[in-house]
Design a protein around this ligand. Structure first.
Ligand code: TLP
Length: 342
């Protein structure tokens, strides 16, 4: 039985072209900054994001924590969404490792509410953790994979900047956002103080993320990366795949097309799909409280369709490891099993 894995775009495997580039990569010791392939990837990332410099890190989580540690000191406040990946899905690293205070705001539509951000921009007062940083996420994973519009994004960045906050973008899927809005990624990334984006999601590399920012910022981030054990040696072997990924990023549009088909098919089968203003490669759907999500996931798994059984909304993620035919089949299987469990 062939498997249709919709758990995440993190399950993508490197292409033949990537594997060949990895095998042939020129390498050196990257802690000495002597790996030519890593240097090439970092230069490419800086160019694409319109930032001065970039740093290769092991994962999106590492990219975010290194960024937060670089921007803030212990006791500083970080404004971020209740639903943000940094707050919900990164093991509380900002508090555990950085002694940072999460100042949570409503990000139900994918972007923080301006008045809530402003409510944390308070005059200096010994009672408060001083807000230093605003974190944005685009696309916003837990908000349906929504792509934030360039206008909404830039007005939020200006609001934060005007209040003296630095801005970090968790752009794990920033290329998906850019494609959804038909703009270049630089439209989002140039204006922020730092951006982290992932190579190992829809872009399909086995490992790695990049942090981009000013030269001074990246110099300090390099120190934090070393402290958290992220200084790699012959990392060119994996960076080589990243160079291919960045060249091919426009292919992500196919993942959005597949998600659209998946959504349309599920909707026509009567499944309650969550509407998203600017969708990308994710489809979320609701199940009635009478339906056991874990059982639904198990029944679908037995028929070769994989997704994670989350208690609230169930997420399906399209990527290059699933075909157009696969998503049609997955919609049918999910609708049938859901019907049986009702
Ligand atoms: N997200 C994963 C899970 O952790 C939920 C997924 O399957 O989507 N920022 C965002 C917005 C992310 O979605 C993720 C991964 C990360 C950061 C962390 O990236 P990694 O997994 O490379 O540490």
């Amino acid at each position: 039985m062939s498997i249709i894995d919709l758990r995440s775009d993190t399950v993508t495997k490197p292409s033949f072209e990537m594997r060949r580039a990895m095998a042939e990569a020129e390498v050196g010791d990257d802690v000495y900054q002597e790996d030519p392939t890593v240097i090439k990837l970092e230069q490419l990332a800086a160019e694409i994001t319109g930032q001065e410099a970039a740093l290769f890190v092991c994962s999106g989580t590492m990219g975010n924590i290194v960024s937060l540690l670089t921007h803030c000191n212990r006791g500083d406040g970080v404004i971020l969404g209740y639903k943000s990946h940094i707050y919900v899905n990164e093991g509380g690293g900002l508090s555990a490792l950085g002694g940072l205070v999460p100042l949570c705001v409503n990000d139900g539509d994918g972007i923080p509410k301006p008045e809530e951000v402003l409510s944390f921009c308070r005059p200096e007062n010994v009672h408060y953790a001083p807000a230093k940083l605003l974190c944005l996420e685009n696309t916003h994973n837990a908000c349906g994979g929504v792509a934030i519009s360039p206008e909404d994004f830039s007005s939020m960045v200006s609001l934060a900047r005007n209040r003296g906050l630095s801005v970090h973008l968790d752009g794990a899927r920033i290329f998906n956002a850019a494609i959804a809005w038909g703009v270049e990624p630089i439209v989002y990334t140039e204006s922020v103080d730092s951006v982290q984006f992932c190579l190992s999601k829809g872009l399909g590399t086995p490992i790695g993320s990049l942090i981009c920012g000013s030269k001074d910022y990246i110099r300090r981030a390099r120190h934090w990366r070393k402290r958290v054990g992220g200084g790699l040696r012959q990392a060119g072997v994996i960076a080589a795949a990243g160079i291919i990924a960045l060249r091919n990023y426009p292919d992500l549009r196919h993942d959005h097309e597949k998600a659209k088909i998946l959504k349309d098919r599920l909707t026509s089968e009567g499944v309650k799909v969550v509407e998203v203003s600017k969708p990308t490669n994710m489809v979320y759907f609701d199940v009635e409280s009478s339906v056991d999500e874990a059982l639904l996931a198990e029944k679908c798994r037995q028929r070769g369709v994989l997704f994670n059984p989350t208690p609230e909304k169930i997420r399906l993620v399209t990527h290059r490891g699933v075909s157009f035919e696969d998503v049609e089949k997955a919609a049918k299987v999910i609708a049938e099993e859901l019907c049986r469990l009702r």
